[in-house]
Design a protein around this ligand. Structure first.
Ligand SMILES: [Zn+2]
Length: 358
């Protein structure tokens, strides 16, 4: 089944291939800001296909010409050194999505798992459980870190959510982080993650997010971003996150939900990544998360995704977190039936290869 092309961008008729041209049309000050933050380059990969392949290429990619000359767009964030390679040919392919009923049946097949009865089948943390309106916490059996909990959704099917249940997961997770501080005042660095279904790394099908709290320093990728933003501020006397949003906004890649900026990033970590930035975990931010997930699942046919919250520590720490926003990142992890991993050596060691932009 082919899902109609739906986009999260306010201006959806443009493609990543238009980026270099689009940047050249920006007013001078916006172009200068763009080039301070990003390097973008365009290149063409060429090949010659034997006649015996022409039919196959035509069926798969639409035309032989499109395959013989492929435009590649490469983006690099010069502040964070995140980058992506977009292939226009791959981006132009219609994405396939499974029948909703098929996914529904697959997901419901797992009912009766331990998370369907968390009070009987999961351990609790030393400080007990946090109970929300739509979720309850458990202590993770095999921990990433000393404090590692699970926010178990009341609803088994992780793709069945609404604004209220998403908001509840965030509230319960945060409350769990505060309860941790009661037993270890040093575990101030809180991180929430949601691996939705197995392509995203979940080992249990039942809807659940995870929460971790750590000591001494935030996890390296979050701490790295804090340091990069701080260095940027010292060098340019300007706020990195505000500039990041401004550059994306100039290119039509930002929409706002109240004080929350919803950004279709130029350097996605993988398919369709969206960043949500807000000064606090406001109701607007939670609403925006629910809206993005709704578009992902119901318009774009996404069935497996990762979501994380990167935010300043929950209690004062020696290092400077001023100006660091609450950032929620959401990324599509591909079809549930596709057995190929979406991350290979290029992504681990060089840069991200992205097939579909938003
Ligand atoms: Zn279940």
């Amino acid at each position: 089944m082919t899902t109609p092309r739906a986009s999260l961008r306010p201006d959806s008729d443009r493609s990543i291939v238009d980026l270099p041209k689009l940047v050249r049309t920006l007013p001078d000050h916006e172009q200068a800001l763009f080039h301070r933050l990003f390097l973008v380059s365009e290149s063409v990969g060429e090949l010659r296909a034997p006649p015996s392949m022409h039919g196959w290429i035509g069926r798969l990619f639409g035309s032989l010409a499109a395959v013989e000359r492929q435009t590649i767009i490469r983006t690099t964030n010069l502040v964070t050194m995140e980058g992506a390679l977009f292939n226009a040919l791959r981006a132009s392919r219609p994405f396939e999505s499974q029948h909703a009923e098929e996914v529904e049946a697959l997901v419901n097949s797992g009912t009766g798992d331990p998370f369907c009865s968390p009070l009987q089948s999961t351990p609790e943390d030393v400080f007990g459980r946090v109970r929300g309106r739509h979720s309850v916490t458990a202590s993770n059996v095999a921990k990433y870190d000393a404090f590692h909990g699970v926010v178990v959704f009341d609803e088994h099917n992780p793709l069945r959510f609404d604004e209220e249940s998403i908001s509840d997961v965030i509230d319960v997770g945060l409350q769990w982080g505060r309860r941790v501080l009661d037993v270890d005042s040093e575990a101030r660095y809180f991180f929430l993650l949601w691996n939705c279904l197995w392509k995203a790394g979940a080992s249990i099908l039942h809807g659940h997010a995870q929460v971790v709290a750590t000591r001494d320093l935030h996890y390296p990728k979050v701490e790295g971003l804090r340091r990069q933003a701080l260095a940027y501020r010292e060098r340019h006397a300007s706020d990195y996150f505000a500039d990041l949003v401004a550059v994306h906004r100039a290119l039509g890649l930002v929409s706002d939900v109240g004080t929350t900026n919803v950004v279709c990033t130029l350097t996605p970590v993988k398919e369709k990544e969206v960043l949500l930035l807000a000064p606090e975990l406001t109701p607007d931010l939670k609403r925006a998360v629910a809206q993005v997930l709704d578009r992902f699942v119901h318009s774009l046919g996404v069935t497996s995704f990762n979501l994380v919250i990167c935010m300043p520590p929950l209690a004062p720490v020696p290092e400077d977190w001023s100006g660091f926003p609450h950032i929620i990142r959401i990324v599509d992890r591909g079809e549930l039936t596709n057995q190929t991993a979406d991350v290979g050596a290029m992504e681990l060691y060089a840069t991200r290869v992205v097939a579909s932009d938003l």
